[in-house]
Structure formats: C-alpha cells, structure tokens
Design a binder for this molecule. Structure first.
Ligand code: NG1
Ligand code: ZN
Length: 558
C-alpha cells in the first residue's frame, strides 16, 4: 500500500519493549515514560488513520494526569472533542501490542481494509500536545513520526496544553471555528464576564481564591486565564519549577484521596480561605478550606469534592430552568414535579445528573431528595459518565475525584438561541442567556478544571456564599478509600454499577457481613482500570468506622 510505504522503516525505530501488554483504559495508554516510545509511535499511526477515515482533525495528548512525574501516557481526542470511540480503542490495543514491525503492518493493513480508508487526498491532520513531564518532548517526537509515517497526514504540534484545551481546540477546528489557544481563553473569559453581567447588580465580591496547581500545566494556564479576568483574584501556588515535583503531595487527586492539604498550604495562616486544587493535566478540580473540625476544636481540612461541585452546578441550572418555566406563566405545581421542567414551545427539558459508586451517599441523597433530580449511576471512568449524560438535554456529570462537566445538547442550545427571547418575562429571558453562556463556558468533550473553577466562582457570587456556606448544603458521610496491591485484579469483576463483586460470590457475601456491622455502612471493591491494583471504598456514620470497615474489607481481598 502506498499509504504505508514509509511505515515499516519508521516503526523499526520504535521496537516495543518485550513482554509488555498495553490496554487502552479509561485514561488511554499509561506506562513508565521511558517505555512508551513504541506505544506512542503506534498511537500516532492510529490517529493518522482515524483522521483519514473521518476527514477531520484528531488530537493526541501526552499526559499521565495525576500520576507520578515518571509515568506518562497518551490519549486520543476524536473529531467532536470527545473521547475515542470504542471500536477504535480495540484497534489501538491491537496496534500497541503487535510484537514487531511486521505484525504491526499487518494490523494496520487490516484496520485500513475494515474501515475502507482511502489514501491520497483528502489529507489528514493530527494536533499534538503534552503536559509538563520531562519525557514529554521525546514522546511528542515519537508521535509525530507515527503520524507522518502515514502518507498524506501531517502533525501539528501545539506545545504544552491542558488535556481539555487540546480537546477544545480539536472540536472548534472541526466546526470551522477558530481553534487556537487564544480563542479558548477568549471563549471562557467572555462567558465568565457575560455570566457576571447577567447576575445580580452589586455583585458580591469574595476573597482571593488560592489555587494549588499541582506543579503542572495548570499553573501557567490558570495564570493566563486570570490575567484576562479582573473580577477574579487568584493566588497560584505549586506552580512547578526547581525541586517542585509534579503531583507530589500536591494536586486534586492527592487532596481528594488523602483528605490532607497540599504542600505550601498552612492550616492556620490559610484558615477559612477558599482554596482549589487541580490535577497534573488540569481536567479535575476539588475545592477545600481549613476550619474547625466537626468533632473537636482543632483545624481540619474540609473537602468540597466533585460531588459537591456537581450539587452546586445542578441547583444553579435547576434555578434557571424554573425561572424560564415561571416566565411562561405555566400554572401548575412545578416545584412538586421535578426533575422534568416543561417549557412551552420546547416541551420537557430533560435534566439529569450522573455519578459513580464513589459518589458520597449524602450527595446522591441531596440531588434526589432536595433537588428532585434523576441520578444515574455508571461504571468509573469519564467515558461512561459522559455517554450517559448525553441522554439528557442538560446532563451534568462528575466523579467524586473532581472530573466532570455540564453537557448541553446542541439542539437544546440552538432552541435557546433561536426562541429564548420569545419568553414573556425578563427573568425568563435572562435565564436563557445564562444557560447559553454556561454552554460556552464548558468544554463539551471532557471535564475542564478551568471551566469548573469559573462556574463555581460565578455561582458563589450569585448566591453571595462563602465556601463554608456552600459546604453546608449537605454533610458528607465519612468515607475511606484504600488500594490493595499484589493481588491479580483481573480475578475481580463486578456488576455494571460496580457496587457488587460478581466473580467471587463468597467475597461479596463476606463484604456484606462486614458492612452489616456498621451504621450507615456501605462498601465495595473493584479492580482499577488504570493501575495494577484493587480499590476499596467504604462509608459509615463516623470516620473511624469508615476506616475500620475499609480495612476489614481490604483484608478480605488479600
Ligand atoms: P481507576 O484506576 O479505574 O479507579 C481512576 C479514577 C477514575 C478516573 C480514572 C481516569 C478513582 C477511584 N478512580 O480510575 O475516577 O478518573 O482514574 O483517570 O478516582
Ligand atoms: Zn487529569
């Protein structure tokens, strides 16, 4: 095949490390950065083929997110800025695991045949980006060689970006909009300003927001965004540089899992301040503050995780829908029949929220009981949550770890733009404008910590809330997460919602026995999709009992 005339020679430069098996998990391919050259090269080839097939721009980002600096990974952004479609994940794995260049060529030819990919014109294009890891530049080079080993496809290196920025740029470019980084910042900051303008006059001005940038790519990007926004004062810490290691005792994953504050934060001098942590590639965020602990007078860290962020977003969106509905003089007991809001001229607006088994029980309760929303549960991994959220006109999804977004159907946003100004009241029309601005603020492909921060900051200003007031909308049930290493994780399979073990009934029975010993007890185990370990989650009425329950369940696995 003409298309592949350069592939064999190029592939010989990146032989796969013997004995390694790669799987394209929820986070793409992940491994030690020094052993990823062949996988990245081959994923470059795949992205090139995907671009020829779709006749659109594809994105590749080199990152291992919240993991150690020496880890790295590669993830593909599809033309719509979302994640790679499932059937191509399979191709990616077949290519990554081909034992030598001959076998690789065979797999590639097979994919070309199956997908009926035509060579020559039209030519393809792949955007490349990376986070701040030291193995990044070499891996970008490997990716570029893979992409350009396919005839007629070019790589365009976009440099250092957050994962969501790259997804955004791919989507915008494919929609024939301006897909530059500058335009990304402009879009977010315009939406932020518009939302402030549409808010209460005499807008409440909270204290400076303190950002933990995880010593990663988020530092420079948040700084750049902040410079465009007068109304948002930020102090950015953990910005990388000498001796400050990416994700080491800093960042959203650390803060959320360990529930302790990151390096360069101090309980007494930072007491009561509003703080936010993002992760190494800035697609996750969690808020926190230091304040008196619930049990004694000592200062404790209070975590506002993805669940609480989602609760805040959901109540705001619901408010806007209610305002639109009221505006139509609809006579009915609207407050008694959520979750579906009816807007004459459009019909029922389907609003739904999506969580995983890791969502704190108190958050699920708040969403269902207090807001009256429909809560869907999916397996862990944003691709599952994202797919489920697409079933709604407005789908809001978050993992407890802070990865999530607000997704709006394009047809719904189009309706708002075209017909929103026909609503009779000013309040209703304003609510419409706010929803349109929210749709601009959020990355519709993946979660984005920058969008998330801006949305939180807007809602707090609308509500005139401190972080403590936001925190008090519900009280988290005490919980504990553990990881168990040294067991074969493939032995454990679970039910679809991941709350029960399927493969070993005796194990599930034993977990049930443990859980029954605790007030408000809940616990489940599941194999990690990204690391070679098994995760344990437990909830109970007190922190102490959550820890004891998690440990007891952990011992059952070993
Ligand atoms: P695994 O390793 O499958 O638990 C972790 C996170 C997910 C998701 C992925 C992708 C937890 C418990 N799990 O998945 O939520 O973010 O990484 O990065 O936080
Ligand atoms: Zn991440």
């Amino acid at each position: 095949l003409d298309l592949l005339s350069r592939l064999r020679e190029a592939a010989d430069e990146f032989p796969p490390p013997p004995g390694e098996k790669y799987s394209y998990g929820t986070a793409g391919f992940r491994a030690d950065g020094s052993r990823l050259g062949s996988t990245v090269f081959r994923t470059g080839v795949l992205a090139a083929l995907r671009s020829l097939k779709t006749e659109k721009v594809i994105g590749l980002v080199i990152t291992a997110s919240h993991n150690h600096e020496h880890h790295n990974g590669i993830k593909i952004a599809d033309p719509d800025g979302g994640m790679l479609t499932l059937d191509w994940e399979e191709y990616a794995e077949m290519m990554a695991n081909a034992g030598n260049s001959d076998l690789l060529l065979k797999v590639v030819e097979d994919v070309i045949k199956r997908e009926d990919i035509q060579g020559g014109s039209p030519s393809g294009k792949v955007f490349l980006a990376r986070d701040t890891r030291s193995t990044g530049p070499a891996l970008i080079e490997a990716a570029r060689k893979g992409i350009e080993a396919v005839q007629g496809v070019v790589a365009e290196n976009k440099g250092i970006l957050t994962t969501p920025q790259l997804h955004w740029m791919v989507r915008a470019t494919n929609k024939d909009e301006i897909g530059s980084e500058l335009q990304y910042f402009q879009t977010l900051s315009n939406a932020f300003r518009l939302l402030l303008d549409l808010g209460p006059s005499n807008l409440f001005k909270p204290e400076t927001l303190i950002v933990d940038a995880s010593n990663g790519v988020g530092a420079s990007k948040i700084l750049e965004l902040g410079q465009k926004l007068e109304a948002l004062d930020m102090e950015i810490r953990n910005t990388g540089g000498k001796g400050n290691v990416l994700n080491y005792l800093v960042g959203a994953d650390f803060v959320q899992k360990e529930k302790v504050f990151p390096l360069n934060f101090d309980a007494s001098s930072d007491q009561d301040k509003r703080c936010v942590s993002v992760d190494g590639d800035a697609d996750r965020l969690v808020y926190f503050y230091f304040g008196p602990s619930q049990t004694d007078k000592s200062l404790a860290m209070h975590l506002l995780d993805g669940d609480k962020i989602m609760a805040l977003f959901s109540s705001f969106i619901l408010d806007q829908l209610r305002m639109m509905e009221k505006s139509t003089n609809f006579v009915g007991e609207s407050d008694s029949r959520p979750p579906n809001v009816v807007i004459p001229g459009y019909g029922t607006v389907k609003l739904g929220v999506v969580q995983t088994a890791y969502a704190n029980g108190a958050s699920t309760n708040y969403l269902q009981q207090k807001l009256g929303l429909e809560v869907a549960l999916t397996p862990t991994g944003v691709k599952h949550l994202h797919a489920r959220a697409e079933a709604y006109d407005i789908g809001i999804y978050f993992e407890a770890n802070g990865h999530g977004t607000i997704l709006m159907q394009e047809s719904f946003v189009d309706w708002l733009r075209e017909h929103g100004n026909t609503l009779p009241s000013v309040e209703g029309r304003t609510a419409v404008k706010r929803l349109v601005a929210v749709s601009e603020l959020f990355n519709s492909g993946v979660g984005d910590a920058l969008s998330g921060i801006l949305m939180v900051e807007i809602i707090l200003r609308y509500r005139e809330w401190s972080i403590q007031q936001w925190d008090s909308i519900y009280t988290d049930l005490p919980s504990k997460q553990l990881t168990i290493k040294g067991v074969d994780r493939s032995l454990i399979t679970t039910t679809a919602d991941e709350t029960r073990v399927k493969s070993i009934p005796q194990l599930q029975d034993a977990i049930d026995v443990e859980v029954a010993k605790y007030k408000a007890g809940r616990s489940f185990v599941r194999p990690s999709g990204t690391e070679n370990l098994v995760r344990v989650y437990a909830e109970a009425a007190t922190q102490e009992s959550a820890v004891t329950l998690a440990e007891a369940v952990g011992r059952l696995i070993l």
